[in-house]
Write a protein that binds this ligand. Structure first.
Ligand SMILES: [Zn+2]
Length: 342
C-alpha cells in the first residue's frame, strides 16, 4: 500500500471555533496528523510526499472563484482586522443571492458556512497540499497500485463545491474520485467518517459515474445538519447514485458493520471499478466527537470488508480527533487493509 503525506499540511493551526454558542478549542489540530504519521512509521509504512499537480484537479470539482479566493484571504484579513483577530466570517448572505463582495469580511461569509474554518498563516498551503496528497494517491492507484492511503489534513468531506464547511476547505475524496474517472469508468466513494459527507453529496449529487454512500447519524439531530437525509438519492444522471445510511446515535459496532454491509452491497450493484474511502476514525467510542461505538477490532473488520471488494482503492483521511484510541484505530484499519491488499 502506497502512503502519501506532506508536512506543509501541518501549517493550518486553528486555535478556537464556536460550538453551541461558545468559543472552544478547535478539534482539528495538526497533532492529529503527527500521531497518524508516527504510527505509520512505527508500522513500517514508507511515507512519500506528493508531487505538485497544480490547481486543475481541485478546480475540476470546486468553484474556480472559491479556489482563487483562498490563497491571500488570510493576509487580506490581517490587513483589515489585525493579526489577533480570528479569521472567520461574522456575516453570511443566508440563501446565496446577489454577488460576491470585494471586502474580505463579506467574502469570508460568502465562501464559508460556519466558524469552523478559521484561516491561519499556513491554511492555504495546508489545504493545497492536503488536496495534492489525495491526487497523488489517486495517481498511484491509476498507475496500478492496489491501494493507496492519503494522510490528508485538513480533512475534506464537508467541503462543498463552492464553500468551506465543517473543518474542510477542499474535498480531497471527491478530488481523488473525479481524478480517477479518467482511468475508471465507474468509481464509488464510501464515507465511513461518523459525520455526513455533505460536501461530497453536494459535489456528486448529479453524477452518474461516481456512486456515493455515507454512513452517519440522522442529520436532523446531529451535526453537520442539513444534508445527508435518507431521501437524498441523487438527481439527473446521478438519480439513485447517492445513498445515505442513517445510524442510531449510540449505535453499536455490530450495527455499524451491518450498515457498512449495505453500502458495500450497493457498491457491488453499481459495478464500481475503483473505490475511494472517506476514512474517518471518529466512529470511535472514545472520540471527542463520538456518536457511535466502534473499537479497534471494528475498524479492522471494516478494513477487511472494504478490501474484500477487491477494487483498486484510495483511502483518504477525514476526521478522527484527539481521543485516546486515535493511533490504535488507525493502526488497526491501515495494517489490516495493507495485509488484505498485498
Ligand atoms: Zn467526522
Amino acid at each position: 500500500m502506497k502512503v502519501f503525506f506532506d508536512a506543509r499540511q501541518l501549517g493550518h493551526a486553528p486555535a478556537v471555533y464556536f460550538r453551541r454558542g461558545a468559543a472552544m478549542p478547535h478539534q482539528e489540530q495538526p497533532q492529529r496528523a503527527v500521531i497518524l504519521r508516527d504510527m505509520l512509521k512505527s508500522e513500517g509504512f514508507e511515507i512519500r510526499p506528493p508531487r505538485d499537480h497544480g490547481l486543475a484537479p481541485i478546480k475540476a470539482v470546486h468553484n474556480s472563484a472559491y479556489v482563487d479566493f483562498l490563497p491571500d484571504a488570510h493576509a487580506r484579513f490581517v490587513k483589515s482586522a489585525g493579526s489577533e483577530a480570528l479569521a472567520i466570517p461574522t456575516m453570511h448572505p443566508g440563501v446565496r443571492r446577489g454577488k460576491e463582495p470585494r471586502d474580505i469580511h463579506g467574502q469570508l461569509g460568502w465562501w464559508m458556512t460556519d466558524t469552523s474554518t478559521p484561516l491561519t498563516p499556513g491554511s492555504w498551503d495546508a489545504a493545497y497540499w492536503s488536496a495534492q496528497t489525495a491526487v497523488e494517491a489517486a495517481e498511484g492507484v491509476m498507475s496500478g497500485a492496489r491501494a493507496a492511503y492519503a494522510l490528508c489534513r485538513p480533512p475534506g468531506h464537508h467541503a462543498m463545491r463552492d464553500c468551506a464547511n465543517g473543518f474542510c476547505f477542499f474535498n480531497n475524496a471527491c478530488i481523488a474520485a473525479h481524478h480517477m474517472t479518467s482511468t475508471f469508468k465507474k468509481v464509488a466513494l464510501i464515507d465511513i467518517d461518523v459525520h455526513t459527507g455533505n460536501g461530497s453529496l453536494d459535489i456528486l449529487y448529479e453524477r452518474g459515474d461516481i456512486f456515493f454512500c455515507s454512513l452517519h447519524p440522522d442529520p436532523a439531530t446531529y451535526p453537520t445538519f442539513y444534508l445527508g437525509h435518507a431521501d437524498e438519492t441523487g438527481s439527473g444522471e446521478g438519480a439513485g447514485k447517492s445513498l445515505n445510511i442513517l445510524l442510531e446515535q449510540g449505535a453499536s459496532q455490530d450495527a455499524v458493520l451491518s450498515a457498512l454491509d449495505k453500502g458495500i452491497a450497493a457498491i457491488r450493484d453499481f459495478g464500481a471499478e475503483a473505490l475511494v474511502v472517506s476514512l474517518g476514525f471518529d466512529m470511535a467510542a472514545d472520540d471527542p466527537l463520538a456518536a457511535v461505538a466502534v473499537y479497534p477490532d471494528g475498524f479492522a473488520e471494516m478494513a477487511r470488508r472494504l478490501a474484500a471488494l477487491t477494487l483498486p482503492t484510495v483511502l483518504v483521511q477525514e476526521g478522527g480527533y484527539l481521543g485516546p484510541s486515535l493511533a490504535d484505530n488507525a493502526r488497526s484499519f491501515l495494517t489490516t487493509f495493507r495485509e488484505a491488499t498485498q
